[in-house]
Design a protein around this ligand. Structure first.
Ligand code: DAH
Length: 347
């Protein structure tokens, strides 16, 4: 066996390989079990001792060169394949590659985002307030003094004598009015306040100790109940994705005078009566009312000049109606199978 002649033959064969498949076949013939290159190196042992070092060295060099030639040819095939793909008429360099799976927004976040979009498009500003609130803003400023029975209905997590976990988003009403008037501004004022609230509730199908509300406040000259109804109807139509009918019933909240419970016609039976609406055709959806003069005064606004309306939407309730969820504990249950049912985060 003449290693030099064999090398010339093999290198020519590698060069002549027409496609990746025949190159792979050649590789097998040279380096597979009983492959020609392997045999060449092995043939050293059959030689007389004095010839072995020279022959062995040459055989190894040939082996390395052939290996390198195979690798180089393989690379050229790969590069040519990419070139062909790039040159093809249907090649689209803007097409996105494979994308990793995205997560899901929490349903409360989905609905809150839609509400914020809607209200900001109507000229409302997004206000925020602290979750650890003072007794003054949570109660007193809202016309609920220390001995008022309305405090009883909000089982409160007290932190110390003057601070608590806010039981509703309403304290941000007076915070916002004070901030505005302190700097000499005056109404019109339109704000929404989405946020987390806390009450020492016994948790069951429809009660949670931690829940989400979205407060709304509008103060201006000549604001009326008609403005309130129109705003609420618009909001519910968008969120429930259908035309809605609403009705007002009297409701008592110390920080509004006239206070209302606003009902919407039942989305499950279109008002005909079903188990969800307890055969009444109506579902209680949000409390609201005309801002009490004392609350406007606390905010530094003259109730003789201005009037306003406010509402406090329970976000979970709206989300439950929208998606047909029947247990409020799902929201914070941490079960990924629940979340995976909502649309993936848009790209
Ligand atoms: N803050 C009240 C609650 O959590 C709800 C509420 C009622 C808010 C009437 C309002 C309103 O703004 O006008 O029970």
């Amino acid at each position: 066996m003449d290693p030099t002649a064999l090398r010339a033959e093999w290198l020519a064969a590698i060069e002549a390989a027409a496609d990746p498949a025949s190159l792979a076949e050649l590789d097998q013939r040279l380096f597979g079990s009983k492959g020609a290159v392997v045999e060449l190196v092995r043939s050293v042992t059959a030689l007389p001792k004095e010839q072995r070092p020279v022959f062995g060295k040459l055989a190894n060099t040939v082996k390395q060169e052939v290996e390198a030639a195979l690798a180089a040819r393989r690379e050229r095939f790969a590069a040519a394949a990419i070139e062909r793909e790039l040159a093809a008429p249907d090649f689209d360099p803007t097409e996105p590659g494979p994308q990793p799976r995205r997560g899901h927004l929490h349903p409360i976040t989905i609905v809150q985002n839609e509400l914020v979009d809607l209200f900001t498009s109507m000229g409302f500003a997004w206000e925020d307030g602290p979750e650890v609130e003072s007794e003054y803003f949570n109660f007193d400023a809202l016309n609920i003094p220390g001995d008022h029975p309305a405090r009883e209905s909000q089982d409160t997590f007290w932190l110390d004598s003057k601070h608590l976990l806010r039981t509703h988003t309403s304290p941000v009403q007076v915070r916002t009015m004070q901030r505005l008037t302190r700097h000499g501004f005056h109404p019109p004022l339109r704000v929404i306040v989405p946020g987390r609230c806390f009450r020492s509730e016994t948790v069951d199908k429809s009660h949670e100790h931690t829940f989400y509300q979205m407060e709304g406040l509008v103060v201006d000259k000549d604001v009326s109940v008609a403005n309130l109804i129109h705003t609420m109807k618009t909001c519910l139509r968008v969120i429930l994705e259908r035309d809605v009918q609403v009705r007002l019933r009297p409701g008592f909240f110390p920080f509004v005078e006239r206070g209302f419970e606003l009902d919407v016609n039942c989305p499950f039976c279109s008002g005909n009566g079903c188990s969800v609406c307890k055969q009444s055709g109506w579902i209680e959806i949000l409390p609201c009312g005309m801002v009490h003069p004392n609350v406007l005064r606390q905010g530094g606004i003259d109730p003789e000049q201005y009037t306003g309306f406010a509402f406090g939407m329970g976000l979970q309730r709206v989300v439950m109606l929208r998606y047909g969820i029947d247990d409020i504990r799902q929201f914070m249950g941490g079960d990924l199978r629940f979340l995976a049912q909502f649309p993936e985060v848009p790209r």
